[in-house]
Ligand binder design. Structure first.
Ligand code: PNS
Length: 160
């Protein structure tokens, strides 16, 4: 099977991300789930924390490796001989950014193809941003993220 990368902020990962990981791992092997160091987005969780949460979540999924990258995604792909980028596409609202990113990446690195996967409709409305907002205001997020992520969010907001 072909090697692929599933890049993202994963701040934090949701059941939607996990659904894409499970499905992509049946088609690609190894599947690198790569956390972007994008500090300009001011992530709630550090790079290490985001990786730790992902590692715990994917430990039972065969062929999945968790990594991280800084700088351009296509450069990381070239260095690591990765020809396929997986992105989840939830709704029309995702389309514009994803379209721009896929075409720009293709323009600067012709050997990288982007493949989109729709998460199961159960998860199509989920976003890390909304989950953080609900958790910050004390709402129940247990049906959106794994238990260990719920605990980390509670911890994070308790300490703020
Ligand atoms: O989960 P996100 O925040 O939607 O992921 C976006 C991400 C990290 C995949 C994207 O911002 C990215 O690839 N960043 C690395 C820098 C880069 O290559 N930028 C050019 C993209 S056109």
């Amino acid at each position: 099977m072909k090697k692929a990368i599933y890049p993202g902020s994963f701040d934090p990962l949701t059941f939607g991300h996990l659904d894409v990981i499970r499905r992509a791992s049946k088609i690609f092997n190894p599947l690198l789930v790569a956390v972007a160091q994008n500090e300009e987005k001011h992530p709630l969780f550090s790079l290490e924390e985001r990786q730790e949460m992902l590692k715990e979540a994917v430990q039972d999924i065969q062929g999945v490796e968790v990594s991280s990258f800084t700088g351009l995604l296509v450069e990381y792909c070239s260095t690591n001989k990765i020809g396929v980028v997986i992105r989840g596409l939830r709704a029309i609202s995702d389309f514009e950014f994803e379209f721009q990113m896929a075409l720009t990446n293709k323009k600067i690195c012709d050997s990288v193809e982007t493949i989109f996967m729709m998460p199961n409709e159960t998860y199509s409305y989920l976003s890390s941003r909304i989950i953080k907002e609900i958790s910050k205001m004390g709402g129940d997020i247990s049906s959106f993220v794994p238990t260990h992520v719920t605990k980390r969010l509670h911890q994070k907001f308790k300490n703020r």
